[in-house]
Design a protein around this ligand. Structure first.
Ligand SMILES: [Zn+2]
Ligand SMILES: [Zn+2]
Length: 659
């Protein structure tokens, strides 16, 4: 594209450069113009909405000057990078407000996160709710002042001096960790300067609505040996309506929080004497878990799986053989020395199943062999990241290993996918995506180093997924250390992506354990292993279900399915008989025969989220009926007992969902 004026410009000493925009169109701008100038040249509206720009793939401040032909994407709050710059700028505003109000505060780090940002402070004050209000008010002032945000660079030594003079010990430590000769960037707004890689907005006035959310303790650099700092989480938006929407979403998440519901519904508990990340299932939670585990095993048995039990402790040599010791040690508990053995708590049970396969001669006619287990595995999780039953240190996995001939891979992966879809249908899950998780070719530490084997496994899995007509996307660096996998990402009710099911192709473990079967040709051949989990871990799956259902489990999973509520003393005998009859039919029933008002009993059963209440009064007793009330629909009316049994049995057998 030739600009007819370019000759003129050159004569006047002005050079034009070509800027390719996101839509592929190319515009000519004067060399040295900033991203903001280009945005203005496109439209004033875009310039107002612009947060940062991406120049040849790198995110830059709007003031960044374009000096050569380039690709430019102008990013608004709607993009991830735009949001991050917006939130990061707000974190500087929060730090500035804290500096004004609590001058002895030292500043650690203040990054943007997935939703909002935080800043870690070392202050003599302990920030309470009143302080948080003051900080928020001061932030609004700083926004109003519309301070320009300026960027400058310093060589490492001068940077250290600047931060030392300011008494910013944490920043000094951060700079000292960087290599000698590095040039560092700072951002300054008014009297506040922060060591920062950026990018940032042009001025504090660009930020509109801010909200401080919560505070927590955080160790400097996440290390328990360091000082505990105060972290303030906050968020900001360009529009009040967006902030309101976000706060409503947070409230919804709080209502669905599995830790809160787990406590309210007496599903599980933790105790510091037992340890962090080691929950105990109470009878209600244990019932849900037992039902889920029976459910999935029954499905697997119908598909030809054979289930085993293997121990949670293993000799460390087992994991050296499998390769876990080299590639997975950081996630394992340390070795226990006993007599002449070194034992570990297992992080996975794959090696055990390899040995079970190897325990006898296998023929090509025996394959596929499907070995399943509800296996307890142990993973080291930082005490700061454990969470309810979602992230735990001991979990129970719905695991299986399929030993197949190479010609059976496709068929078997197809069956796994079918099982996943079948299970999701039973639970009413509709919002999910398949992800093909590949290795990161450069990470030779995490991934077993054999490019040929990886390439084969990755392309084979990709081929199968394409042939199965599955809609999937690819993600690098998400594979297991021994092979690529197909993960299913479920979208939770509060918008999080949760990995539940997985299916992994493995050429490595069969080789490390020297697995063989005798082929049709009478010679020894190596099988391929498929690792798969459908519910993932029982623990994580239940936490997901709790959040999905807000604790209102479908009738087939409800810890108590029916609660019988006699109105008066004279109804208790009949109520007991009804209970016995239901229990004999396998319906989980409880009787509330306390001397409380019926309205009170109903409210309580409603809070316990019991699917059905049976009200027993004179009329019901005389007609040998029960007064049925459902959690979802309220009063349904009187029914003969066997009619009610048929109704609930139908719901259970068909796994009717509440949604
Ligand atoms: Zn910063
Ligand atoms: Zn496995």
């Amino acid at each position: 594209m030739q600009n007819k004026n370019s000759k003129d410009y050159k004569e006047r000493g002005i050079f034009m450069i070509k800027v390719e925009l996101k839509d592929g169109s190319i515009i000519e701008v004067e060399e040295g113009k900033s991203i903001l100038d280009v945005a203005k040249q496109i439209s004033q509206g875009l310039a107002r909405m612009a947060m940062v720009g991406k120049v040849d793939g790198e995110v830059k401040d709007l003031r960044f000057e374009l000096n050569k032909d380039c690709k430019l994407e102008i990013l608004t709050f709607d993009s991830i990078e735009g949001k991050k710059a917006y939130w990061h700028t707000t974190s500087h505003i929060m730090a500035q407000a804290v500096m004004r109000l609590f001058p002895d505060t030292k500043f650690a780090i203040g990054p943007a996160i997935d939703e909002g940002f935080y800043y870690d402070f070392d202050s003599s004050a302990t920030f309470n709710d009143e302080d948080k209000e003051k900080i928020e008010a001061e932030m609004k002032k700083i926004i109003k002042e519309d301070l320009p945000i300026e960027r400058f660079e310093l060589p490492r030594s001068e940077a250290i001096k600047l931060m030392k003079d300011a008494g910013e010990d944490y920043k000094v430590e951060l700079i000292e960790d960087l290599p000698e000769g590095e040039v560092l960037s700072f951002y300054k707004q008014g009297e506040f300067t922060d060591l920062c890689a950026g990018p940032h907005l042009m001025s504090t006035g660009k930020v509109k609505c801010v909200k401080l959310l919560s505070t927590s303790g955080a160790y400097w650099r996440g290390d328990e040996k360091n000082k505990m700092l105060q972290r303030i989480y906050a968020i900001s938006f360009p529009k009040a309506s967006l902030l309101e929407e976000h706060l409503a979403k947070l409230e919804e998440a709080k209502q669905r929080d599995h830790r809160k519901l787990g406590k309210d519904l007496e599903l599980f508990m933790t105790h510091k004497l037992v340890g962090s990340g080691l929950p105990m299932y109470l009878p209600n939670g244990a019932t849900v878990r037992r039902l889920l585990e029976r459910y999935i095993q029954d499905k697997e048995i119908r598909m030809g799986y054979k289930h085993v039990y293997t121990p949670s402790l293993a000799n460390v040599e087992l994991y050296k053989t499998s390769g876990h010791w080299d590639h997975y040690k950081e996630d394992m508990f340390p070795v226990m020395k006993m007599d002449n053995e070194e034992l570990v708590l297992r992080p996975m049970n794959c090696p055990h199943h390899m040995l079970i396969f190897k325990s006898k001669m296998r023929s090509y006619k025996d394959l596929p062999i499907r070995i399943g287990e509800l296996a307890h595995v142990f993973r080291y999780e930082d005490s700061g990241t454990v969470c309810g039953i979602e992230r735990v240190r001991e979990m129970c996995q719905n695991d299986a290993h399929l030993f197949v001939r190479p010609d059976q891979i496709k068929d078997e992966v197809g069956k796994v996918v079918k099982l996943i879809l079948d299970v999701y249908k039973d639970f009413g899950f509709k919002d999910y995506k398949f992800r093909l998780s590949l290795r990161d070719k450069n990470d030779k530490h995490k991934y077993f180093d054999d490019d040929e084997m990886w390439d084969k496994a990755e392309s084979q899995l990709r081929e199968i997924l394409t042939e199965l007509g599955l809609d999937f996307y690819e993600a690098e660096g998400e594979a297991a250390f021994y092979g690529p996998k197909l993960d299913v990402q479920l979208k939770s009710a509060i918008g999080h992506d949760v990995t539940v099911s997985t299916c992994q192709l493995d050429f490595l473990l069969p080789q490390r354990f020297e697995l063989e079967y005798i082929g049709e040709d009478g010679k020894a051949h190596r099988p391929v292993v498929i690792h798969r989990a459908i519910l993932g871990s029982s623990d994580r799956f239940i936490s997901f279900l709790i959040e999905e259902t807000k604790g209102v489990f479908p009738t087939w999973l409800a810890p108590t399915q029916v609660k019988i509520l006699p109105i008066a003393d004279s109804h208790k005998e009949y109520a007991k008989k009804v209970r016995e009859a239901l229990m004999l039919k396998g319906i989980r029933t409880e009787l509330d025969d306390r001397n409380e008002k019926i309205g009170y009993k109903i409210r309580e059963a409603q809070l316990e989220k019991v699917p059905y209440m049976l009200i027993i009064g004179n009329k019901e007793m005389e007609n040998e009926e029960v007064g049925v009330r459902s959690h979802k629909d309220g009063d349904i009316g009187a029914m003969k007992l066997n009619e009610f049994v048929d109704k609930i049995k139908y719901e259970v057998d068909n796994k009717i969902n509440n949604k």
